[in-house]
Design a binder for this molecule. Structure first.
Ligand SMILES: [Fe+2]
Length: 159
């Protein structure tokens, strides 16, 4: 499989593939953070946030698979080792044990802001490469996190 099989130039698509691999690395760290929040949440918001974090990590898991398989569709192997994810991700791991519920929400909001920023870069790169397929996929993922940002901010009583 090669980008030219789907009428895309390999040279034009190269920056998109590199960004998608970075995006994948960031998403994996974000995913594991959501699992940590799901497991370690304590206090009065347990039932609400335990469930919400599960919903978000399930969504992230599906997103991760779509990103990786898009890289393959574009003719390259996606990164699949945690060693690479940890090295390449701008999003960093945190210890969720003992973290207050609203501090968890803040950590997830911070990750989402970082992912949205990467998505905007990807939207520019995919437009430049004429890669409408990746553009559409990333746009969908971004809209989900834009809306989730509003909901998490409302939950935390932020403006
Ligand atoms: Fe669970």
């Amino acid at each position: 499989m090669d980008a030219k099989e789907i009428s895309l130039s390999e040279k034009q698509v190269k920056p998109v593939v590199d960004l998608l691999n970075d995006y994948l690395a960031n998403y994996h760290i974000h995913y594991q953070k959501l699992r940590g929040c799901h497991w370690n949440i304590k206090g009065q918001n347990f039932f609400t946030l335990h469930l919400k974090f599960e919903e978000l990590y399930t969504n992230a898991q599906l997103t991760i698979d779509e990103i990786a398989e898009r890289v393959l569709t574009l003719g390259k192997p996606p990164h699949s080792r945690f060693e690479d994810y940890i090295k390449e991700s701008g999003i960093k791991e945190i210890n969720t044990i003992g973290l207050q519920d609203l501090a968890m929400v803040d950590a997830i909001l911070e990750d989402m802001a970082h992912l949205i920023q990467l998505e905007r870069e990807l939207l520019d790169a995919t437009s430049a490469a004429g890669d409408d397929g990746t553009n559409d996929m990333v746009n969908r993922f971004m809209q989900f996190k834009e809306k989730t940002t509003w909901m998490l901010r409302s939950f935390a009583g932020k403006k």
